[in-house]
Design a protein around this ligand. Structure first.
Ligand SMILES: [Zn+2]
Length: 47
């Protein structure tokens, strides 16, 4: 997709009406933004 590995910066966290965790992120390198969604009760594991 890109020419580099995105440097993920978490901008904010939110919760949907369904109780899913929403993570808003952007790349420190190119400024790309994206959203990741985690099902209810599933905690993201830090890498
Ligand atoms: Zn990037």
């Amino acid at each position: 997709m890109g020419a580099h590995v995105h440097v993920r910066l978490i901008q904010s966290l939110g919760v949907t009406e369904d109780g899913d965790l929403i993570e808003y992120s952007s790349c420190a390198e190119c400024g790309a933004t994206w959203v990741r969604k985690y099902p209810e009760g599933q905690v993201p594991v830090p890498e």
